[in-house]
Design a protein around this ligand. Structure first.
Ligand code: UTP
Length: 404
């Protein structure tokens, strides 16, 4: 795209500010900027001000309780280990996020959660996976989603650490797609005077990005039928849990989600329930007070708190139109160029556009909420301090016998 075409195009879509510094740029910088403008997906901007469709009829979705799981644990465990030993399960680790709330400038998985010794989050996850692979007698493929910004650091870190002892030929990195980010009035930011600012386009893009990187061929080659999709920031994340896999398969489900039981109505957690008869994750702000407080035998009726650990049947995923998931607006602090200099806002100032893995669950015919013990499996590291922080995660690791 040449300058005249870019200027005309940007004028038409109200984004002419992207050429503000064009006159100051070197030839090479101009080329980079024009390439960025050509490749940016400005269509995401139409999501600003989009009124989300009203949710339908919300109903509870009964979870498979800890008690029921315990009763059938032998059957579930055997079924799960069988699938793992046959090579039919793979893990997907979502590690493309920017971790802005934590304020750590490297990939979150590189964060050292240890106190007296190095204990990076990636190391904890790989140790957990090695344990399961050992029990199954076979290492499962692990697909790690990174972003443009953190891919080199992530891959380098795995190499430096000798893949944490996991077979290197079973680990596959792929880089997720990006979307431009903008101010709250819809003007796309510049990251540098000659670069359009883009950000990872959310964790819901994993399947589309995995395919566009050609890794669906690996899924085929390995004969994978189930994928366990997990977030990087839960340091007690349990990957490819045979019990979880076994329960999902034994129940004839296409999809399942590890959930922790919500105890207090005011807790801000997404909830797995049914909307118009289909599985759906409802955000806490989408629920009215009556639903939040509804109880049966003293327990909250809407209680399936999601933990970002899902199991999907690959066959069912193939039937879903993953290319057309809605974009959600995430209001964030976004460093950008303003009046010719880089600014680092202390408050959220603009929007990133993200697709969410929960929309994949919403697209499934069914989903089993599988209860896990909160203190054993849920220790998210989201914030620098307070709730869901390094401090709370360390306390939970200690409670579970980890030496920090
Ligand atoms: P979060 O929604 O907590 O986002 O990600 P984040 O970017 O890590 O952190 P903040 O909001 O900026 O503080 C939940 C999970 O989804 C992954 C993250 O790496 C984490 O495992 N994720 C998120 C992606 O893989 N890609 C994305 O674009 C966003």
């Amino acid at each position: 795209m040449d300058y005249t075409t870019a200027k005309k195009y940007l004028n038409e879509i109200g984004q002419e500010q992207l050429l503000e510094y064009y006159g100051e740029l070197t030839g090479e910088e101009r080329e980079l900027l024009l390439k960025d403008i050509e490749s940016a997906d400005f269509s995401v901007l139409k999501n600003i001000g989009r009124v989300s469709e009203p949710r339908g009829r919300i109903e509870p979705l009964k979870p498979l309780s800890l008690e029921e799981i315990r009763k059938n644990s032998d059957i579930f465990e055997r079924a799960g280990l069988k699938l793992l030993s046959e090579g039919k399960v793979a893990a997907v680790l979502l590690a493309g996020g920017q971790g802005t709330r934590l304020g750590f400038d490297k990939p979150k998985g590189m964060y050292n959660i240890g106190v007296t010794r190095p204990l990076p989050i990636f190391g904890l996850h790989m140790r957990n996976m090695l344990g399961v692979a050992g029990r199954a007698g076979r290492a499962f493929p692990v697909f790690i989603m990174t972003s443009r910004a953190n891919n080199d650091d992530t891959v380098g870190f795995f190499e430096e650490n000798n893949y944490f002892g996991y077979p290197k030929n079973k680990i596959f990195f792929f880089v997720q797609d990006v979307a431009p980010a903008c101010s709250t009035d819809g003007k796309v930011y510049l990251e540098k005077k000659y670069r359009v600012l883009t950000a990872p386009n959310g964790n819901g893009g994993w399947y589309k990005s995995l395919i566009s990187c050609g890794l669906d061929r690996v899924l085929e080659r390995e004969g994978v039928e189930w994928v366990n999709v997990c977030g990087v920031d839960n340091v007690l994340q349990s990957f490819c849990d045979p019990l979880f896999i076994g329960a999902t398969v034994a129940g004839g489900y296409d999809c399942s989600a590890k959930i922790v039981r919500k105890e207090l109505p005011g807790e801000n957690v997404g909830l797995l329930c049914k909307v118009d008869g289909k599985p759906s994750v409802i955000e806490y702000y989408e629920m009215d007070e009556a639903l939040k407080n509804e109880r049966e035998n003293g327990k909250l009726v809407y209680c399936n708190g999601i933990t970002l650990n899902y199991l999907f049947s690959l066959k069912a995923l193939k039937e879903v139109d993953c290319a057309n998931f809605p974009y959600h607006l995430a209001k964030k602090k976004i460093a950008h160029i303003e009046n010719g200099v880089e600014v680092h806002p202390s408050e959220p100032c603009g929007y990133k556009f993200e697709t969410l893995v929960v929309d994949m669950v919403n697209a499934m015919k069914n989903c089993l909420p599988f209860e896990v013990e909160r203190n054993k499996e849920f220790a998210p590291v989201k914030n620098a301090e307070g709730a869901d922080s390094v401090e709370t995660a360390r306390a939970l690791l200690k409670e579970n016998g980890f030496e920090l």
